[in-house]
Design a binder for this molecule. Structure first.
Ligand code: ADP
Length: 260
């Protein structure tokens, strides 16, 4: 069996029949990892076979968000690793390989090596979607990781307060350098719904996502509200979209539909 697994994955280019979507952001803290994890679970709940690589190798947060901090992936014969499965998503993160919250101080080439291993030495099986949580920003590390993913499309997560023009320029440059297509933009923390008056408050400004998507010549796939529950769910390690009929679940389902 292992021989077969080995042969099957090694011969074919990784993710031959899989749509690879790399999720990036102009800077950290915009909710990129939260969105990636929830989007992956949403797609799995919709019946797709989904993998998630946490390529934010130094700043991993996927294990926390999915509640798998203390789970270790299983090594199998032939030098393969079986990914961790959670909520229907196959996951691989550096956070599941290091002991405790050990700090990693590695340079670029080493980071690239880890991504190579995540792609080639993990037995992913057939997947419909592979989501890659990129390191934040548009610096050398996300750029060189993108270069290792020739067929990846870029999905951007942003918040409204980030000035559109500035981010657009940098993300556009990254896409150009890696010859990849920006397939869409998700605006996170778009608005806050007041518990008392029920109205939407656009705390960080309105229609910024719209503006940015136009500048990047791409689609605004959806706007995710700022909800205390999303942060609480991530702290608990239970993705908010477990119930696709919840308010947050519905927003993600719409985004997933716009993406597929
Ligand atoms: P990034 O990956 O861009 O650095 P994270 O996904 O780690 O950002 O999110 C940063 C913080 O914001 C986390 O505490 C997360 O729980 C919180 N957060 C993300 N999205 C939302 C949201 N829509 N509503 C409330 N809190 C959010």
């Amino acid at each position: 069996l292992i021989e077969k697994l080995h042969g099957k994955q090694k011969k074919a280019e990784p993710f031959k029949n899989t749509r690879v979507i790399a999720i990036g952001s102009g800077k950290g803290g915009v909710g990129k990892s939260t969105v990636t994890a929830n989007l992956a679970v949403t797609l799995a709940e919709m019946g797709y076979k989904v993998g998630l690589i946490d390529a934010d190798i130094l700043g991993y947060s996927i294990p926390q968000i999915l509640g798998i901090k203390d789970v270790k992936p299983m090594a199998i014969e032939g030098g393969f690793i079986l990914p961790i499965e959670r909520n229907g998503v196959k996951v691989m993160s550096m956070g599941n390989l290091v002991e405790g919250d050990q700090a990693l101080i590695w340079r670029g080439p080493l980071l690239g090596g880890v991504l190579d291993q995540f792609m080639n030495d993990v037995y992913w099986g057939d997947l419909d979607y592979m989501l890659i949580d990129l390191p934040p920003g548009t610096g050398d590390v996300p750029l060189s990781l993108m270069q290792k993913l020739p067929k990846a499309e870029i999905l951007i997560v942003t918040t409204p307060q980030i000035t559109a023009a500035n981010v657009a320029k940098r993300l556009g440059l990254m896409a150009n350098k890696t010859n990849s297509k920006i397939i869409g933009l998700i605006e996170n923390m778009s608005y806050f719904v007041c518990n008392n008056c029920g109205e939407k408050h656009y705390i960080f400004g309105k229609a910024e996502g719209e503006k940015l998507s136009k500048e990047l010549n791409t689609t605004l796939l959806g706007e995710i509200p700022l909800v205390t529950g999303i942060r609480e769910d991530s702290d608990k390690g239970v993705p908010s979209v477990i119930d696709l009929e919840s308010e947050v679940g519905k927003v993600y389902k719409e985004i997933a539909k716009n993406l597929i």
